[in-house]
Ligand binder design. Sequence first.
Ligand SMILES: [Zn+2]
Length: 95
Amino acid sequence: MPAYEIYFRCGDCQREHTIHTKIHLNPGPDRKQSLAEFFVGRTMPPQASSLQGHRAFCLKTGRKFKLDNNEQILLVPPANRAPLPSQLPLIPDAT
Ligand SMILES: [Zn+2]
């Protein structure tokens, strides 16, 4: 099951920050989507709804927030993250 990294849209600096939490979703989105977008017309599983009220922190302004808006909570699939060097494909030897 893929682990989704959780980010939030920061109203203070208009950037996206991680909240250093992952949730497992199956099925989950194959691209970055907010909870509101992905679960439109669907029941939200407990691991997703429990993100509401989670504390978040703006690295730029130092302000602390409580997440209460599903539009602002983002699911980021593992493929959107930069691979570790050991996971990069091997380049075939030209000889
Ligand atoms: Zn911020």
